[in-house]
Design a protein around this ligand. Structure first.
Ligand SMILES: Cc1ncc(C[n+]2csc(CCOP(=O)(O)OP(=O)(O)O)c2C)c(N)n1
Ligand SMILES: [Mg+2]
Length: 363
């Protein structure tokens, strides 16, 4: 394991930067509170997993990257989209199943997507995004080195849950990343549970997840993910190192989800004491405390930032309510690569027969 020694970088950042992180965490928290309400009011259907408690992870990691660094994650994805700068009203509209949603209302909560901010989803199959993370990193390297795109030096952030480290796809992705020197960082948002299963019950070496990285020759670090400044301090040099040497990385990001796994989880598998212990480490409260005691920021100033985020989120709900639903003409769109779909009236063989560049399949 590499021990990165660095000064407390976040401490040296201007107060404005820390206030920006606070604003983003407020936005995510409020977005999730309203999401839960809308779900209970049956405005949102399907699977829905909120990010409350884990806000510092997405915000700190995004702060350590550039906006064109690809990012991919699992289904607990609202925080990543918002931290990356996705317009929250397109996220809310997505969950309401509206055409204005970021995936035209066809994906829902688990499929936030925002290509303009290099956010490539939102994936519902546990671990399925890990080969995609390796693939995104492979693509950037290929563009740089083979296609002559110059050095974009992009670093891909691939988030996964602690449950996903038990998936075969994850190990295949890590193997290829290690083998091909892919600039990807796998960030395990280790909230201690996969649905109702505690990590120790489902994962070998749960006390040392870095073992999974060492097996593939991949550098790893552990980060206290309840504190946005620690997240940034850990991630910034790690991302810079990955950018510099194009070697993959692995992060055991220790965090906790304050709510249930999804909207239908009574949380019987953990104690109220345990929940209270983590709630006392609320990432938002921690940053508020730092800003108040070390930066002389007044409570009223932070409150007004929170109020502004509340207003933004209230407007997302109004927007989503009033936005039109997709029409029937949307039903078959974006299902297959167009125009090969059967509804276009053109079959693939017909398309190829009419394509002057098609060589009949000869290699
Ligand atoms: C391949 C696969 N198996 C099972 C499921 C059902 N499932 C959905 S979420 C989940 C738990 C995953 O937990 P974790 O990776 O720790 O992420 P967290 O929910 O804690 O963010 C499971 C088993 C699934 N979606 N995909
Ligand atoms: Mg988990």
């Amino acid at each position: 394991m590499t021990t990165l020694s660095h000064p407390a970088i976040a401490e040296s950042l201007p107060t404005e930067t820390l206030l920006g992180w606070l604003r983003d965490m407020y936005l995510i928290r409020e977005f999730e509170i309203r999401t839960m309400q809308a779900y209970q009011n049956k405005k949102i259907g399907g699977f829905c997993h909120v990010y409350i408690g884990q806000e510092a992870v997405a915000v700190g990691c995004v702060a350590a990257t550039r906006n064109n660094d690809p990012l991919v994650t699992a289904y607990r994805d609202h925080g990543h989209g918002l931290a990356r700068g996705m317009d929250p009203k397109y996220g809310m509209a997505e969950m309401f199943g509206k055409l204005a949603g970021c995936a035209k209302g066809k994906g829902g909560s688990m499929h936030f997507f925002d290509a303009a901010n290099s956010m490539y989803g939102g994936h519902g199959i546990v671990g399925a995004q890990t080969p995609l993370g390796a693939g995104l990193a492979f693509a950037t390297k290929y563009e740089d080195e083979v296609m002559g795109g110059g050095k974009s030096d992009k670093v891909t952030l691939c988030f996964l849950g602690d449950g996903a480290v038990n998936q075969g796809a994850f190990h295949e992705a890590m193997n290829l990343a290690g083998l091909f020197d892919l600039p990807v960082i796998f960030i395990v948002e280790n909230n201690g549970y996969s649905m109702g299963t505690a990590i120790e019950r489902g994962t070998t070496m749960a006390h040392d997840l870095g073992a999974k990285a060492r097996a593939n020759g991949i550098d790893h670090i552990t980060i206290q993910g309840m504190d946005v400044m620690s997240v940034y301090d850990g991630m910034k040099p790690f991302v810079d190192q990955c950018r510099e040497n194009s070697r993959p990385g692995f992060v055991d990001m220790q965090t906790y989800r304050f709510k249930g796994h999804s909207m239908s989880d009574p949380r019987k598998y953990r104690t109220k004491d345990e929940e209270a212990q983590y709630e006392a480490q609320d990432p938002i409260g921690r940053l508020e405390h730092v800003l108040k005691t070390q930066r002389d920021v007044a409570d009223a100033d932070m409150e007004s930032i929170y109020d502004a985020q509340k207003k933004i989120v209230r407007e997302t709900v109004e927007f989503a309510e009033n936005a039109p639903a997709p029409g029937f003409d949307e039903l078959y769109k974006d299902v297959y690569v167009e125009p090969f779909g059967p509804w276009t009236g053109t079959s693939l063989p017909e398309m190829l027969a009419n394509d002057p560049n098609y060589n009949g399949g000869a290699r």
